[in-house]
Every structure is written in structure tokens, then in C-alpha cells.
Ligand binder design. Structure first.
Ligand SMILES: *Cc1c(COP(=O)(O)O)cnc(C)c1O
Length: 397
């Protein structure tokens, strides 16, 4: 079999997996890989977590999908739970991150529309951002490589340099509706927005009657050791997009909002066929069961520190290969001096999987259920990989 029948949009590795067990992926030839990519922060509870399997299989035998023409108890339950544990009063379920962002953008624009200010529709975003691949979200992300050849860019996004509060202020006009930002840029290279900057954005929004939209598609759902990354800064958004880890591998996302921010999203103005179906809700509720277990998030924070400290020690040993270790919790990046592809390849040779990112970063996003022993194992593999690069290039410690 080959990829010939598939769109050539992905630069796939010649590697296929047959089975997953926790932090491990088992290839077709039986080779075991330590999975520190976790489907790009999607497999939040690892592979084949028994509680998720039971929830999904249990639901699969009863009912998969009815559409949003009817009440969906699993949606009501997950919605109520998300409202209980976050800033939000209202939730809209989607199938993906980009759709959660689309819902967020539409929510912000409708808010001003029902306030009688329909000329307020522009949204300030940041360089290096990634918000998805739909026409609106590539415009929001503003990256030329994703926009090229797809016709006129969707109107209404004003981009400023990453974390630059002064530039945000200057970009605000009477047409500005909202500010959209990732608390930690994922694809952009694990760039952490300082808490102070996030608080500054919140303040600007309050002063100018704007809505603060957070994209926590990657940084959310426990990834940083808090339920959502913005909690570290003490502020709350008006609207938040969530996806990736919330389904533990089942495709789902959500747009969360305060009652006020969501007031324009009335019957019929938005919709989805698949979003929030029974299978997704069974899985999402099961992910939350584990995430909200006593001590689970504290464990993520502790393991994140363990991994970061180990990586920092390795960085000190190989100053010619590693520029910097950055990130929060189990959302960490190795910023490389050598090409990140070289480092990632060396890791793969040692049967460890990581994900690439911007700014020449290798992302480490293990399942939140990773054990201390697996972190130790990963650190040994990273050390060996960099040692191999140092030996081959004559650089290193
Ligand atoms: C992955 C990602 C998205 C897009 O999610 P999809 O499910 O691929 O549509 C949006 N924002 C951020 C921060 C992401 O990491």
C-alpha cells in the first residue's frame, strides 16, 4: 500500500502503528516507540486508556449520533461540568480546533452585532500564531505559507508582533471587536506569553470594550499542569477555544464563553451536524473524569518540572546543539541550534517520537499520564540522541 491515493498535503514519515499502550506506540514490525508527541497533544491520557476505551465502547453499543435536532444528555453533562470548572457559562461543541476557533470568532462578532455595533468585527492576533486551517483561521494565524494561493484572505484580522502590548494598543481601532491569543504558542514554537502580558491584554479588553479570546486548543485540558494555561496568570477570557486533548483521541472541540459574550449566539445563527455527538461526549466526559481526579493536575505539574529540569541539564551538556528549553508543564520545547529535523530524526533513531514546531523547536508533548520512569527513559534517549549528533558533527560538550 502507498500514499498515492491520498492528497499530498502531509509530509508523512514512513512509519505506521498498529497498537498503542499508554505512552507507547507499537509499529507494524513490533518496534516500540516512546510517544512524546501524543498525536500532537491529543492523546492526553495516552493510548488505549482503559477508562476511555470502556466509555467509548460502552456508548458505541448504545447510540452513536442523533444530530443536534434533539437533546443530548452527554452534551448537557459535559457542558455543565466545563461551566463548573471554568470561567464559562455557555459551551458549543465542535469536531476540531479550527471549528472551535470559528465558533469563537463568530461569537465575538455577533456580540458586537447584537450590541448595535456591527462595524466592530476586527480581531487582533499575533505573529507566529496558529489557529487552524479553515479560511478564517489561516487569516487569523496570518502565516503567509498557509495563506498563499487560497484567494483573498478573510477580512478582519490585524496582526501584531508576538507579545507586543504597545503594538496591540496601536492596532486598536473603532472596528476592533476582540483580541485572540494562545497563552502558549504551540506550532509557533512553544512560545510562552508572559502572565504579565496576558494580564495587560485583559486590561486593554476591559478598557476598550473588547472580548478576549484565548486559543487553548493545545495548551488546555491539563497540558500545563493547570486545567487551562491562562489560570497561571490569574485572568479569565470571555471566549475560549478548546480541542486536541479534550477528546483524548476522539475528534472533538469546544467553544466556551461567558453568558454575556455568547448572547448573540441565538437559535439558528450557528450549527454543526457532528459536533457534540454521543460518541464524542462519552469520550470527553471520560477524559474529564480522569483529569479531575484528586492530585492528577498536580502530578502533571510535577512531572513537567522533572522533564524540564532533566532537559535543562542535557542542554547544559550540549550547548552547541541546544539553544534553550522552554514551556510549561508537559508542553515543552527544545529550541535547537542544529536543524530541529536533525534532532527529531536522532530521537526517532532511538525510538522516541517528538513533534516539530516553529523557531527551530522540537516539541515534547507526552501523554499527561506519562510515568516518572518513562520521563527518565525519555531523558536518556534525548541525551543519547544529542550525543550522537555531537559525535557526528564534532560539536557538543
Ligand atoms: C491544533 C491547533 C488548532 C487547530 O486544531 P484542528 O483540530 O487541527 O483544527 C488551533 N489552535 C491551536 C493552538 C492548535 O494547536
Amino acid at each position: 500500500m502507498s500514499n498515492a491515493a491520498l492528497y499530498d498535503t502531509f509530509a508523512r514519515l514512513p512509519l505506521a502503528f498498529e497498537k498503542g499502550e499508554g505512552t507507547w506506540l507499537i509499529a507494524q514490525d513490533g518496534t516500540r516507540y516512546l510517544d512524546f508527541a501524543a498525536g500532537i497533544a491529543v492523546n492526553s491520557l495516552g493510548h488505549a486508556h482503559p477508562h476511555l476505551v470502556a466509555a467509548l465502547v460502552g456508548q458505541a453499543g448504545k447510540l452513536w449520533h442523533t444530530s443536534n435536532l434533539y437533546e443530548i444528555p452527554g452534551q448537557q453533562r459535559l457542558g455543565e461540568r466545563l461551566v463548573e470548572i471554568t470561567f464559562a457559562d455557555k459551551v458549543f461543541f465542535t469536531n476540531s480546533g479550527a471549528e472551535a476557533l470559528e465558533a469563537a470568532i463568530k461569537t465575538a462578532r455577533r456580540y458586537h452585532f447584537v450590541n448595535g455595533e456591527e462595524s466592530r468585527y476586527r480581531i487582533v492576533t499575533f505573529e507566529g500564531a496558529f489557529h487552524g486551517r479553515t479560511l478564517a483561521t489561516i487569516a487569523a494565524g496570518g502565516q503567509e505559507k498557509y495563506l498563499e494561493g487560497f484567494g483573498p484572505k478573510v477580512e478582519g484580522f490585524d496582526q501584531v508582533p508576538f507579545g507586543d502590548l504597545k503594538a496591540v494598543k496601536e492596532a486598536l481601532t473603532e472596528e476592533t471587536a476582540a483580541i485572540l491569543v494562545e497563552p502558549i504558542q504551540g506550532e509557533g514554537g512553544i512560545r510562552v506569553l508572559p502572565g504579565e502580558t496576558l494580564r495587560g491584554l485583559r486590561q486593554l479588553c476591559d478598557e476598550h470594550g473588547l472580548l478576549l479570546i484565548l486559543d487553548e486548543v493545545q495548551s488546555g485540558v491539563g497540558r500545563t499542569g493547570r486545567l487551562f494555561a491562562h489560570e497561571w496568570s490569574g485572568i479569565t477570557p470571555d471566549i475560549m477555544a478548546v480541542a486536541k486533548g479534550i477528546g483524548g483521541g476522539f475528534p472533538m472541540g469546544a467553544c466556551l464563553a461567558t453568558e454575556d459574550a455568547a448572547k448573540g449566539m441565538t437559535a439558528g445563527v450557528h450549527g454543526t451536524t457532528f459536533g457534540g455527538n454521543q460518541l464524542a461526549m462519552a469520550t470527553g466526559n471520560a477524559v474529564l473524569d480522569i483529569l479531575l481526579d484528586e492530585g492528577f493536575l498536580e502530578g502533571v505539574a510535577r512531572k513537567g518540572l522533572l522533564l524540564k529540569q532533566g532537559l535543562a541539564a542535557i542542554a547544559d551538556t550540549f550547548p552547541d546543539i541546544v539553544e534553550e528549553i522552554r514551556g510549561e508543564g508537559l508542553m515543552l520545547g527544545i529550541r535547537c541550534k542544529k536543524p530541529n529535523a536533525l534532532v527529531q530524526h536522532a530521537l526517532r533513531d532511538r525510538k522516541m517520537l517528538a513533534a516539530p514546531a516553529g523557531e527551530n523547536v522540537v516539541r515534547l508533548l507526552p501523554p499527561l499520564t506519562v510515568s516518572d520512569e518513562e520521563i527518565q527513559d525519555a531523558l536518556e534517549r534525548v541525551h543519547a540522541a544529542l550525543e550522537g549528533i555531537a559525535a557526528a558533527t564534532g560539536d557538543g560538550g
